[in-house]
Ligand binder design. Structure first.
Ligand SMILES: CC(C)(COP(=O)(O)OP(=O)(O)OC[C@H]1O[C@@H](n2cnc3c(N)ncnc32)[C@H](O)[C@@H]1OP(=O)(O)O)[C@@H](O)C(=O)NCCC(=O)NCCS
Length: 167
């Protein structure tokens, strides 16, 4: 894919397009993010441009002013100091359905790893669920190792799979 997007950190002003992007992919998560804890509003409050967390977005270089997503085609969220002071946790990852398999999430993950390594973090944790083969293939392909499985954690026969990578 010709480089048609840039990766930037989100700011508070990105609240609305970030919310719309999460809502767009919400139903693909199991359970949907809107049905977890405080739902999407609390997630954004905790993860958008705070001292402990932020999102990186892949944004189209040419944004149509009528685009409600303000050019966002992919997003990764990261929470710092997860298990200890040297680890971080990927709290969200998705690519816009129209831009999948073009390397968007790979580019986001690589950039996140680069930034976290620069800040002195040594490990990144992430989890997915057993009925999400796209994410499992994705994480394994880019060097994340499954280190534990929580059986039936997300309901009948749907297991949580925990991954980590040393950066
Ligand atoms: C999983 C997801 C984030 C991948 O995003 P993407 O931008 O399409 O992924 P990329 O194009 O960067 O793919 C990187 C690698 O993962 C592999 N991959 C991506 N999607 C895949 C799929 N559906 N099946 C198998 N492999 C896949 C690619 O083949 C690619 O490998 P390559 O570099 O050797 O070609 C995307 O499918 C998505 O947003 N899913 C819905 C939300 C979700 O499940 N998020 C993860 C929650 S834990």
């Amino acid at each position: 894919m010709k480089t048609i997007f840039s990766i930037v950190e989100t700011k508070k002003k990105d609240h609305l397009p970030v919310q719309r992007f999460i809502e767009l992919v919400d139903h693909e998560f199991y359970p949907p993010l809107s049905e977890r804890g405080g739902g999407i509003p609390e997630r954004i409050e905790k993860c958008l441009d705070t001292s402990e967390a932020n999102y990186l977005i892949a944004r189209l270089n040419e944004v149509d002013i009528s685009d409600p997503l303000d050019g966002i085609i992919g997003m990764i969220g990261c929470t710092k100091n997860w298990k200890d002071e040297s680890s971080t946790y990927v709290n969200f990852l998705a690519t816009h359905p129209d831009y999948r398999k073009y390397g968007v999430s790979k580019a986001l993950t690589r950039e996140l790893e680069f930034l976290m390594e620069k800040q002195g973090f040594e490990r990144i944790y992430v989890c997915t669920w057993s009925t999400n083969p796209a994410a499992m293939d994705f994480y394994e392909k880019i060097g994340y190792n499954a280190y534990s499985i929580i059986l039936n954690h997300r309901g009948n026969g749907v297991h949580t799979i925990n991954y980590k990578k040393k950066i």
